[in-house]
Design a protein around this ligand. Sequence first.
Ligand SMILES: Cc1cc2nc3c(=O)[nH]c(=O)nc-3n(C[C@H](O)[C@H](O)[C@H](O)COP(=O)(O)OP(=O)(O)OC[C@H]3O[C@@H](n4cnc5c(N)ncnc54)[C@H](O)[C@@H]3O)c2cc1C
Length: 391
Amino acid sequence: MKSPYFTTEHNAFRKRVRDFISKEVIPFADMWEDERFVPKTLWQKMGEQGFLGINHPKNDGGSEMDFFFSVVFLEELGRTGYGGFRVAVAVQAYMATSFIAHAASEELKRKYLSPAITGNKLAALGITEPNAGSDLSQIQTSAVREGDNYIVNGTKKFIANGTKSDFVVLAVRTAPSKDTQRRGATGISLLIVDTASEGLSAKKLDNIGWYCSDTAELYFNNVSVPVENLVGKLNHGFYYIMQCFQLERLVAGILALGGIDCCLEITRQYLTQRKVFNSPLSSFQALRHRMADLVTDVEAVRQLIYHTAWLYQEGELPIAECSMAKLKATELANRVVDECLQFHGAYGYQEKCAIARIYRDTRAGTIAGGTSEVMREIIAQIVLGEVKVAV
Ligand SMILES: Cc1cc2nc3c(=O)[nH]c(=O)nc-3n(C[C@H](O)[C@H](O)[C@H](O)COP(=O)(O)OP(=O)(O)OC[C@H]3O[C@@H](n4cnc5c(N)ncnc54)[C@H](O)[C@@H]3O)c2cc1C
């Protein structure tokens, strides 16, 4: 049956991504997990394949393909079953770099976006701070203008690609917030900071999952950043964050969906192979029906995600749907992996079992990129007419 979303070109592209992943990612991913980062050579290989610029403009070296090529790519990243790998790539290709594509000068695009697309520069996105996660009005990292530079001081926390990145797209306070009603929507700007800058240091954090995502804390001690590295307009950072976060949330939903597919496929095989009471697990109705319920819920979420992707492709900024997509996919992923681990019995509880890794990795989904509580709050504000956005 012809899909309303995917053409034969999308399907051929999916095969190309799968082939690449089976050859260049899966055989090495456990080693990257142990080493806690993805090596530079892999970024370059992905760049050569055009995988880091699918959604970026041709002018900057991207391929500007329709958004369903991104859906394919992100689903396949999710289906690797390595949460750390998938988020490291998504930060590079969709999260940090989307701010540059969206608002930066041509010079900044040439200097940072184009080499990120070829895989020659690795990007990080530095928004969260020790005291500012859900509430971005609390951002304290300051950038004070001195001549032709900003002097940056502060700390960023939980930053993926943190110790290995070449540059970080950084949210900084450039003015005190004047707007007490809208909770700090003013006075935040975005700067691109070279991580080799004097005064910038990084410390790896010990996540319980996403091992190869290189999550870190970044310290800025009188870091000098040229004023040309301002992304877009001064004090417009909050506005850019709200725009680019919609894509980030949709991306998180698609990655979670791919992760669910991987988890269910591993479990389907296990249920047919493992024998208990002289029968395969798949013969027990208590397990069969739970599998049926999970797969049914997954297909419902898949349609929400594809619909949201279609709205996004049509040029809308579907704020409510992006939050719904992230909320439903990441919460369902937690439920699916919890059930799938249960179906594996004690084998699923072993450190080196794929389901155990997926269990650890999946848990971050409802926190990173905006928590489930924040997603619900956004949806509620829209539904209750408290913000002017069409549902
Ligand atoms: C593995 C990982 C990688 C990450 N990578 C990055 C990155 O690359 N770059 C980056 O900038 N950030 C990153 N983050 C940070 C992430 O975006 C934040 O963790 C997230 O926004 C939540 O902030 P917080 O952890 O400070 O929680 P808090 O804001 O302290 O919230 C704590 C709890 O309170 C709830 N809560 C907060 N406000 C409300 C409310 N109004 N109503 C109800 N409940 C509320 C939250 O939902 C949460 O459950 C990452 C996080 C993780 C876990």
